[in-house]
Ligand binder design. Structure first.
Ligand code: NDP
Length: 477
């Protein structure tokens, strides 16, 4: 069967309301940051989208002071039911501006519009709705009758889900009565600054949310600031370790959501067609730039040939190209650096003797793109089986017995997520019980819900985000 021809269906770029300049947001105002301005680019075309003013170390101090003042004078004193109204308002404004946010996210990040439109933006709104519901019920969350906030939260987020990671961080912080200084990633600052406009529209009191675009050094100075009470970080394990060292010995509460190398385990009794869809969603969603991506496929030897054949066929139907086109399945890799990292790891897979298969799909010759790739004959010692590639590259290993599947799945310094495919409920429960991963999906993958706690073990970090458990990271309990 051939692949359908698709007529291009691009979303209009004009919907993003792109401005030439964006500025840091401190104390309820957009201000000229005293850092060196940066240019943010569209990774699908390499063109400059906008110039963004950045924060300096002294701006970090100003923002933390504004957050402290807002905390002591307004936000920590406000009844939860009043705080909830702001969160509901923000959630509704995200919905109202969802098309603009989706197009802007796709332009700045490179992810397909169907993902920013159908996943990132609605889930970001859902996090605000969900946490708005908690704001006046904290006394019933299981942390005592009147749990207290921590104070000022310093939050540093990555580039793979810019608006969604912002929502994961800001919604629980505000619901529990904390104020926030947030640093978005250098390559994806734009939706965070539109979110700052939304805070103004919602008439959030000045200083409750402050957004500081800038490079890693601004994240580092926020983490080190003595008047910050809580640090929440999502990003690489390497930077997570640096942050843990900085915070050690201080009063700061810390949650880290770091990398992963998730095993997606397919048993021989699994519904294979559904499993193939889940494998594809597990590794090719968001170009594989997902901390919980199912990047290691563990497939039972007796069905490995059949699964690989179905998988290659399915992957060859994925469309790589213009992220604004509604037919696109895989958009652009977020940066030239990330593309180089993916290429380097793929070359190591070749050198170490794995069997590389790359989809024959057309790939644009401008911008940062990488065709979906599947490595078979992968051994546990290979770098592509051990390191986070953070790209559209799947490593396939096989196993014979459930014990071997569990041993291989757990043979990683990470422990963020895992998937199990089987028609047998008892096998799913047995396997899930043995896996050392924070999130285990059964007969599905990459499902997110604000009510479900998310987080890892070992080098994937600690603390949970989402659900009742996620509130704990922002309460003095
Ligand atoms: P980083 O961990 O470097 O970046 C995450 C955030 O931390 C960014 O906002 C970054 O700023 C900031 N930052 C960088 N250095 C420091 C520091 N010393 N102190 C405080 N904040 C800091 O990830 P990268 O973007 O460099 O990606 C590298 C690799 O990390 C990827 O290839 C991938 O494997 C993994 N990764 C994992 C993610 C996850 O969700 N688990 C998310 C992103 C990356 P800036 O953007 O300016 O560098």
């Amino acid at each position: 069967m051939g692949i359908f021809d698709y007529a291009p269906a691009p979303e209009s770029r004009a919907l993003a309301n792109l401005k030439e300049h964006y500025k840091p947001f401190i104390n309820g105002q957009f201000v000229d940051g005293s850092g060196e301005p940066l240019k943010t680019i569209n990774p699908a075309t390499e063109e400059t989208l906008a110039e963004v003013g950045t924060a300096s170390v002294s701006d970090v101090d100003t923002a933390v002071k504004a957050a402290r003042k807002a905390y002591t004078s307004v936000w920590s004193k406000m009844p939860g039911a009043e705080r909830a109204k702001y969160l509901f308002r923000i959630a509704r404004l995200i919905q109202e501006r969802s098309r603009e946010l989706a197009v802007l996210e796709t332009l700045d990040n490179g992810k397909p519009i169907k993902e920013s439109r159908d996943s990132d933006v609605p889930t970001a709104a859902a996090h605000f709705f969900y946490h708005a519901g908690w704001a006046d019920k904290l006394g019933y969350a299981g942390y005592g009758p009147d749990p207290k906030p921590l104070g000022v939260a310093g939050q540093v987020i990555p580039w793979n889900f810019p608006l969604l990671m912002l929502a994961w961080k800001i919604a629980p912080a505000l619901a529990t009565g904390n104020t926030v200084v947030l640093k978005p990633a250098e390559t994806t600052p734009l939706t965070a600054l539109v979110f700052a406009e939304i805070c103004q529209q919602a008439e959030l009191p000045p200083g409750v949310v402050n957004i500081l675009p800038g490079a890693g050094d601004i994240g580092a100075s926020l983490v080190a600031h003595p008047d910050v009470d809580k640090i929440a970080f999502t990003g690489s394990t390497e930077v997570g370790k640096l942050i843990q060292r900085t915070v050690a010995g201080t009063r700061k509460k810390l949650t880290l959501e770091l990398g992963g190398k998730a095993a997606n385990i397919v048993f021989d009794d699994a519904p294979l067609d559904q499993a193939v869809e889940g494998i594809v969603n597990g590794i090719f969603f968001n170009q594989g730039h997902v901390c919980c991506a199912g990047s290691r496929l563990l497939v039972q030897e007796s069905v490995a040939g059949e699964v690989l054949e179905k998988l290659r066929y399915r992957v060859s139907t994925l469309r790589v190209g213009d992220p604004l086109d509604k037919n696109t399945d895989l958009g652009a890799i977020n940066s030239a650096e990330q593309l180089a990292k993916i290429r380097g790891l793929v070359e190591s897979g070749d050198a170490e003797g794995a069997q590389r298969w790359t989809s024959p799909c057309p790939v644009p010759d401008r911008g940062f793109f990488f065709a979906p790739t599947v490595f078979s004959e992968v051994h546990q010692s290979m770098r592509i089986a051990r390191e986070e590639i953070f790209g559209p590259v799947l490593s396939v290993l096989t196993f014979r017995t459930p014990d071997e599947a569990v041993a291989k799945a757990n043979n990683t310094p990470y422990g963020l997520s895992a998937g199990i495919w089987s028609e047998k409920g008892s096998r799913i429960l047995w396997t899930a019980n043995q896996l050392r991963a924070g999130v285990v999906w059964a007969n599905t993958f990459n499902r997110f819900d604000p009510a479900a706690p998310f987080g890892g073990y070992q080098e994937s970090g600690f603390g949970r985000e989402g659900g009742r458990t996620g509130l704990e990271g922002y309460l003095d309990v």
